[in-house]
Design a protein around this ligand. Structure first.
Ligand code: DP6
Length: 321
């Protein structure tokens, strides 16, 4: 059988996905919006062969146990669709530094969905690929289409999928990722989604989602940085409020994380367009118009607790290479 290699970018969420209404199908309680991160990618090669069992390597290291099971569950869906029984050899590499705290599951499952479906002889549409990637990691549904992307929560498995709302060239926006050294091991997002509903704030956050989605979508379409900045900070703060008030509580922020929030708001008040958002970790993603990158990157690298600043523009869709 043929071998296929696919490449996908990670993404940064502007309106966050937090909590599922169905954990096994990864049907979210709210829609979300993100941008793909150009220059950062996962490349995954898949070959189906008859003998043995599924195997997985990530950055040349063999992976077994839970990590392999999660990949095999996507391969099972592909085998079912293609009506084949063969096992697969999967090898995956990331070009972004391990331990930089950039979620790799979005890029990984988007690349896996594309490479494995093609290797099995299927030719899936973008929406079918987005649904398939979603089953591996919710945010991976958003790494299938290019540019600025919205994952519509949908009414069920058939229509919970992501679509591009604007191509990469629509708006020259850059993500400056301030890497903050996390002092302790974080709880993964899968465990976090499962306890989101224990926070009394989650219901209010979910009920308010269509308002935030609308403001964010419109800000992106109009390239209105001020409106964009206000809504992404607000949404990130809302998600972290839910995390902090869950049982057990999740506190991803470090002192340096909060230091960056204050600095970014000061810069913006002083006329430098920049806005922060944080996923399930301590690192801060600082968005700015691409013309401001040098100023923002320099200022971030001078803040206490920032060990490195990675820079990424708006990325394209998952593709075969
Ligand atoms: C905070 O997609 O990583 O980054 O489906 O369990 O893999 P799983 O969760 P994941 O959750 C992402 C959470 C987030 C917000 C977001 O990306 O929307």
């Amino acid at each position: 059988m043929a071998t296929f290699t696919a490449q996908a970018h990670p993404n940064i969420a502007f309106i966050k996905y937090w909590g599922n209404r169905d954990n096994s199908l990864r049907l979210p309680v709210n829609g979300s919006i993100s941008m793909n991160l150009d220059g950062l990618f996962t490349r995954t090669t898949v070959t189906f062969h008859s003998a043995g069992q599924d195997s997985l390597t990530i950055n040349e290291r063999a992976v077994t146990g839970k990590g392999l099971e999660r990949v095999s569950s996507i391969l099972d869906l592909v085998r079912e669709m293609a009506n084949i029984q063969e096992c697969a050899e999967v090898s995956s590499t990331n070009n972004f530094p391990a331990g930089a705290g950039i979620a790799s599951s979005a890029a990984a499952f988007a690349a896996l969905a594309l490479a494995s479906s093609r290797a099995a002889g299927l030719s899936l549409s973008e929406t079918q690929l987005s649904r398939l990637a979603r089953r591996g990691s919710g945010s991976a549904s958003r790494s299938i289409p290019g540019g600025f992307v919205e994952w519509r929560m949908g009414s069920g498995d058939g229509d919970s999928l992501a679509v591009s709302i604007a191509p990469p060239e629509h708006w020259q926006l850059t993500d400056c990722i301030a890497v903050v050294n996390a002092a302790h091991k974080k709880t993964g997002s899968t465990e976090g989604h499962a306890i989101a509903g224990t926070s009394p704030l989650q219901a209010a956050r979910v009920a308010d989602t269509s308002r935030r989605l609308e403001i964010c979508r419109t800000a992106i379409l109009n390239k209105d940085f001020e409106a964009f900045a206000n809504i992404i900070e607000h949404d990130s703060d809302m998600m972290h409020s839910v995390m902090m008030t869950s049982t057990p509580p999740l506190m991803y922020w470090q002192a340096a994380t909060v230091g960056i929030f204050h600095a970014v708001r000061e810069w913006r008040a002083g006329g430098i367009p920049a806005a922060y958002t944080v996923d399930a970790g301590a690192n801060v993603h600082v968005l700015c118009p691409s013309g401001q990158v040098e100023a923002v990157r320099k200022r971030l690298s001078e803040l206490p607790g920032v060990s490195e600043v990675l820079v990424a523009g708006v990325g394209g869709p998952a593709r075969l290479i």
